[in-house]
Design a protein around this ligand. Structure first.
Ligand SMILES: [Zn+2]
Length: 149
């Protein structure tokens, strides 16, 4: 079989759900998928990070960012509020040209100076904590998809 990214001939895929030869090709495959659905209106890209808005009425055990509230303004003018925003992590440099920013976080409160800065700091803190969790989560996902040799 051939790696679906680089075409290298391999005996066995390192991953259950795709024919891929290496971690490098796994990463490319992951971001190529994001390019495939980059125009989906649930996709959010802010400051080089990639997010996805899952349904508000999702009854699953987990919510994005622990159910934190975000108000997002898309550059096309749409404004949405969500408590189920999921992060897919930092967009690699080589994908930034395609997966350019399409939105920004805005304060749910008055948008005057101090409050806005405070809100921004809160968001950044929330995101940093989540990205640490996300990193572990991705590693886990990665491990689950890995079948050895
Ligand atoms: Zn490959």
């Amino acid at each position: 079989m051939e790696c679906s990214i680089c075409g290298k001939e391999i005996e066995k895929s390192k991953f259950y759900n795709a024919v891929l030869c290496s971690d490098e090709c796994f990463k490319k495959n992951f971001w190529n998928e994001k390019v495939d659905y980059m125009d989906d209106e649930r996709v959010v890209r802010i400051d080089g990070y990639h997010y996805f808005i899952e349904p508000e009425n999702d009854t699953g055990a987990f919510r994005g960012y622990g159910g934190s509230f975000f108000k997002i303004k898309f550059f096309d003018g749409r404004i949405i509020e969500t408590t189920n925003l999921w992060s897919q992590g930092k967009i690699p440099q080589e994908y930034r040209g395609i997966l350019y920013d399409n939105a920004e976080f805005i304060s749910p409160f008055e948008e005057n100076g101090e409050e806005r800065i405070l809100f921004r700091a809160q968001i950044e803190e929330t995101i940093q904590v989540q990205d640490i969790l996300l990193f572990d989560g991705l590693q886990e996902q990665h491990n689950l998809g890995y079948c050895g040799n």
